[in-house]
Unconditional design. Structure first.
Length: 77
């Protein structure tokens, strides 16, 4: 099996999403996508960073306070 890059997985998922819409017009697609990607991203990064917010923030290229705000928004704290 060939490794798929994240970009390819996202592209494939979006193509499926549009197929499933059956010609309907999507609404709020950007916010929906950010919402569904951000939470698992935070979960995985926090896990690999041993729940160290400073380390996770550095890996993500975010300010620690911004990371904390996002963790609260996603009910991960």
């Amino acid at each position: 099996m060939t490794k798929k890059h994240i970009e390819e997985c996202v592209r494939d998922s979006l193509q499926s999403y549009f197929r499933d819409l059956g010609g309907e017009t999507p609404d709020g697609l950007y916010d929906m996508l950010v919402r569904v990607v951000e939470k698992p991203l935070l979960e995985v990064v926090m896990s690999h960073a041993d729940n160290n917010q400073s380390r996770a923030a550095q890996w993500l290229g975010l300010n620690r306070n911004t990371l904390r705000k996002k963790l609260v928004e996603h009910k991960l704290l």
